[in-house]
Write a protein that binds this ligand. Structure first.
Ligand SMILES: Cc1cc2nc3c(=O)[nH]c(=O)nc-3n(C[C@H](O)[C@H](O)[C@H](O)COP(=O)(O)OP(=O)(O)OC[C@H]3O[C@@H](n4cnc5c(N)ncnc54)[C@H](O)[C@@H]3O)c2cc1C
Length: 461
């Protein structure tokens, strides 16, 4: 009998941390127990163990967009981040993984496309050749001042080139894989000039064998976190301290506050800022998207697809991949030795996906697999796990990307500028242009703000 787990998005993952006792006045208050907030706390406490540092976290768990749950069979299942992108020794997440003794496995970039309905294989090379031609054409057309979206560029290209319907399907599959899935936003909301301005580290992409949550469990010890404390107001009008209020009515004061509120939360205006955030920051907030990437993980008794496809990305080629759900699957068989497939849904399709019932999502994913493997009777999974990041009130999406009205990637840096009285700092993945939307970018930003405070305090860092 099928025994799928109906997974609510906000099931608490219990993480033990010392409960803070009485003080509501601390040296440094950090808002958010994601990797940026916990990275900041650890940097502060490592350098100055006597500092009174407190983290306020709205949910009942640490990790934020790192969210590992455990299947009934004991497998760690990711609902959020799963890869270290560019796991060279200089990547700070590689360094943390090493410090915490976390086992990782190299993820292959291999990809296959299986044609919808027939299962006919199309190589990644075939898709990529058509995609690269478009990308090069777009690059040559763009200037730094260009405000066109990727959608506009794609429409112009299709009009100019008159591709066959088959080549159009290859191009749309390439655009969906390389742009929509990667940047988690629809093409109309992505700046053609800047969407891929981000940098990266060399090296393979790797996954955590026992869950990305190992990073959080490694960062937590020694840091005091109060869970269920959703910040509703931040008053930084004083030159000596910042006052933070939570929806429970609790009040905290601190000499310094580091806010790691996700951009999605900032854009919703659920927090009252006194004084209001400056115009440059507000403008920067709306030059960025906060897009959505969701995933459904299907756990099976057998790796029934492996006789057909050994590993990695197993994609579905439809007439227009941007308009169809369940076109990108990743096989965890070889990398993590488990009989599981993960389907990703991104950009404009995320909202309709999240509005579907769990059973409709499951049957849609299985129907897609059946169309890719027409000669196999696709079995029911033993369990499945669905994320709904856009519905999460503590992020409202997955991560940031650059809108067509942005003047450059430096809008990210504007979000990381501290208040003029230097009491309120901002960290999080969207506060730096070098590595937005990543674990390493988020972690670096927390360390950056901790160091800023240590510099003022004269600490060793
Ligand atoms: C589905 C998905 C897949 C991803 N895949 C990858 C990947 O493979 N590799 C990679 O490098 N990156 C990936 N990312 C991006 C990565 O997860 C993020 O960039 C990173 O985790 C962000 O960390 P952060 O500390 O900035 O924010 P968060 O992790 O969001 O932390 C912010 C914290 O603030 C809390 N909070 C929110 N509002 C309030 C409030 N009002 N009061 C108090 N607390 C509040 C939240 O609950 C949260 O715990 C992925 C993200 C998603 C969603």
């Amino acid at each position: 009998m099928y025994t799928g787990i109906k997974l609510l998005t906000f099931v608490a993952l219990t993480v033990s941390a010392a409960e803070f006792t009485t003080a509501t006045s601390v040296d440094v208050l950090i808002i958010g127990a994601g990797i940026s907030g916990l990275g900041a706390a650890r940097t502060l406490l490592t350098s100055k163990p006597t500092l009174n540092v407190l983290v306020l976290e709205a949910s009942q768990r640490a990790g934020g967009r790192i969210y590992t749950v455990t299947s009934k069979g004991g497998l760690p299942i990711e609902l959020g981040a799963s890869w270290i992108h560019g796991a060279s020794a200089s990547n700070p997440i590689t360094q943390l993984a090493k410090q915490f003794g976390l086992k990782t496995a190299i993820s292959s970039d291999d990809q296959f496309f299986l044609t919808n309905g027939t299962g006919k294989e199309v190589t990644y090379k075939a898709v990529n050749t058509v995609y690269r031609a478009f990308y090069k054409w777009m690059e040559n057309k763009l200037t730094n001042k260009d405000r066109r979206s990727v959608r506009t560029m794609l429409d112009e290209y299709l009009k100019a080139k008159k591709l066959s319907s088959y080549d159009q399907s290859l191009l749309k599959a390439g655009v969906n894989s390389n742009i929509v899935q990667e940047y988690a936003s629809g093409l109309a909301t992505l700046s053609a000039a800047y969407f891929d301005q981000d940098g990266g580290f060399d090296g393979d992409d790797v996954m955590f064998s026992n869950g990305t949550i190992g990073l959080i469990n490694g960062l937590l010890p020694g840091t005091q976190v109060r869970y269920g404390q959703q910040v509703s107001a931040i008053d930084y009008s004083s030159t000596t301290q910042v006052k933070v209020t939570t929806i429970r009515g609790d009040v905290f004061t601190a000499s310094y506050v580091i806010s790691t509120l996700p951009l999605g939360v900032m854009q919703r205006n659920t927090v009252k800022w006194t004084p209001a955030l400056d115009a440059a920051k507000v403008q920067a907030m709306y030059m960025l998207n906060f897009g959505t990437l969701d995933r459904i993980t299907l756990v099976f008794n057998t790796n029934w697809w492996d006789s057909e496809k050994e590993d990695c990305w197993v994609n579905r080629l439809t007439a227009d991949n941007e308009k169809n759900l369940f076109t990108e699957f990743y096989s965890l068989t070889n990398i993590l030795n488990r009989n599981a497939l993960v389907a990703f849904v991104a950009g404009d399709l995320a909202a309709p996906f999240e509005a579907m019932s769990n059973t409709s999502i499951l049957s849609g994913a299985l129907a897609a697999l059946s169309s890719m493997f027409p000669s196999i009777t696709v079995p029911q999974p033993t369990e499945y796990f669905i994320s709904r990041w856009a519905q999460n009130p503590f992020s409202y999406g997955a991560y940031s990307s650059i809108r067509p009205n942005a003047t450059s990637g430096s809008v990210y840096d504007t979000l990381g500028v501290p208040s003029s009285n230097k009491r309120l700092m901002f960290a999080g993945e969207a506060t730096q242009k070098a590595y937005p939307s990543t674990l390493h970018g988020a972690y670096n930003s927390g360390v950056r703000e901790a160091k800023r405070i240590l510099q003022v305090l004269g600490g060793k860092h």
